[in-house]
Ligand binder design. Sequence first.
Ligand code: ZN
Length: 300
Amino acid sequence: MDVILLGTAAGGGFPQWNCACRPCRTARRDPASALPRTQSSVAVSADGARWFLINASPDVRSQLALIPGAGPRPSRELPVEGVVLTDAELDHTLGLLLLREGRRLPVLASPAIGSLLEREGGVLRVARAFADAPFTPLEPGRAACLPDRDGAPSGLTVTAFAVAGDPPRFAPDAPADGATTGLVISDGRSSFACVPGCGALDGATLERLAAAGLVLFDGTCWTDDELISLGYGARTARAMGHVPMAGPAGSLAALAQLPGRVVYVHINNTNPVLIEDSPERRAVTDAGLTVGADGMRFSL
Ligand SMILES: [Zn+2]
């Protein structure tokens, strides 16, 4: 199984177009000391030929170029087999609209995410005006085969599982349950977990992550009050559905105990771990974890 990190930044990308925080300034001044990153997305394949996107970011156009063999086809069809979503947030779903020329655009996600995209967000509804976009619900906790474009087994199974989180800001009254999920994807021999948004690391979630050879995990903020202290918002990271990395109850301490490789993704542009020589980056690497960067590739 091959896994490619197509984009490792949170919404807004890195540097964010309107942001002058320290990491964003560093990335503009000296990109080698704070690598620019596109918005959160992953590609996975069992055979190196048929790929699935995990989340469709607003940067999907440039991200497809990172997938081997996913170039233009004579029939203009989508160069991937389908899109699996972890939530309905805009940084994970706006790419569906950009893929509308792909004729057929299979989307898989939990029923709660499907409902958000059909109704409140409207992304699927709009995409369907242009493409055949069938939606397959993934019942949380139940493994499902990922079919390729022809309906044949791709060699991958996916299990969505609900994690702590909040519904998207465009649907504040939608039920939170099942609106944020993690995915475990397996080829029968090995598995990896993709959890780009997670508001709390409880025992059940850690147990799932401990069984995966590779864990891609929410690296949005370093501290819980990061956006508040910078004057960029009134909500804590946890209140926005993202457990921070630092501190005794942070993700770094918990994830360092896992047996598999752990890579942070969905990193917000304010997070100092984005600066290559920062003490926060050193704390992550000293704990044995990796700060994800676009184009990183893992073979499991
Ligand atoms: Zn910034």
